[in-house]
Design a protein around this ligand. Structure first.
Ligand code: AMP
Ligand code: MG
Length: 310
């Protein structure tokens, strides 16, 4: 009996785990998963369940899918509590909390302004002062109300539109890692564009090696070895428009309502990818010193900025 128990205790050590990699496009980026499992079939089962979860998040929270629950919410009359699905409620509540923490540098109610940015990109023209003013008046996280008891969301101002683009990839990566944990695959890394969510280190290693991008599109200037946390990089590298000789990043400055015109990049390490994703976006908006100070106040977070051009 004793020898059987000993065998059972150590048998899992005899079955070697291998690293498996998977990729799938989603949310306008490429999701890349690395996981350690005893077979590809075991890994594949978790991968399929994790992507099902990420797709469900995308379906409710995308502001590119015309009939997503998020966009439906923006079409409801202002000031009225709207009952939303538990999934959407939790995404919005988390985004609102990050807006509060960053004092609105990250703000999921900037939807009217991100919509104008996309129109500017299409028309190669900035919005008029009046149009910009109207959009700015319809934004502001203080006027986004989340009622947890009733699972309702209230957009308190007419024309308000939510955009979770600065946090949703992180939220999806968190949800995906939770699926891997439920499948007992702890040594897993999920990369969603500039957002990385890490579980336990690969077997026998100290952690996952994460490259931090800087202004040079082709090189990682710093590598970090990490586990059980998340890393996000935001900046103006990936998407920016140029109008009349000025570059406007896809990150909106809530003060001006337009894309940031400074050259910006920020990498944030945080306990979850929802946090690191939102904070990296916020750190691009804030002046560098303020960004550093903010990150210092949040438990488990650190700020990396190998090169910053202001
Ligand atoms: P990220 O690439 O994570 O920095 O997120 C950028 C995306 O977030 C943009 O494409 C917009 O959809 C949205 N966004 C832009 N500016 C902000 C902001 N100041 N706060 C929150 N979301 C923003
Ligand atoms: Mg972000």
């Amino acid at each position: 009996m004793r020898s059987l128990l000993t065998w059972l205790m150590f048998s899992h050590l005899l079955i070697a785990e291998e690293r498996y990699e998977f990729e799938r496009p989603l949310m306008g980026t490429l999701f890349r998963i690395q996981t350690h499992a005893t077979s590809r079939q075991v890994a594949q089962k978790a991968v399929d369940a994790a992507f099902a979860e990420a797709e469900a998040i995308n379906e409710v929270a995308s502001d590119y899918i015309a009939d997503s629950e998020l966009l439906d919410l923006s079409k409801k009359p202002a000031g009225q509590p709207v009952a939303v699905s538990p999934r959407l409620f939790s995404l919005i509540e988390q985004a609102r909390a990050m807006a509060q923490i960053t004092d609105g540098a990250f703000d999921p109610t900037l939807g009217p302004l991100t919509k104008l940015w996309r129109e500017s990109r299409r028309r190669q023209q900035l919005p008029s002062e009046d149009v910009l003013k109207l959009a700015r008046c319809a934004s502001g996280y203080q006027r986004l109300n989340c009622d947890r008891n009733n699972s309702t969301i209230t957009l308190q101002v007419s024309g308000m539109r939510l955009d979770l683009g600065g946090i949703a990839k992180g939220q999806a990566a968190d949800a995906m890692l939770a699926v891997f944990f439920r499948h007992n695959l702890q040594s897993t890394s999920i990369t969603a564009g500039g957002d990385v969510r890490l579980g336990a280190p690969p077997p026998g290693q100290k952690g996952w090696t994460v490259g931090v991008r800087t202004f040079d599109r082709h090189t990682d200037s710093e590598t970090l070895v990490l586990s059980h946390c998340a890393v996000s990089t935001s900046g103006d590298l990936q998407q920016a428009i140029e109008i009349n000789g000025t570059r406007y990043a896809h990150i909106i400055d809530p003060q001006t309502g337009l894309g940031l015109t400074r050259s910006v990049a920020a990498t944030v390490i945080a306990p979850t990818a929802a946090q690191s994703d939102a904070l990296a976006t916020a750190c691009c908006v804030l002046p560098q010193q303020k960004a550093r100070e903010l990150i210092k106040t949040i438990p488990g977070c650190s700020f990396h900025l190998p090169e910053m051009r202001e």
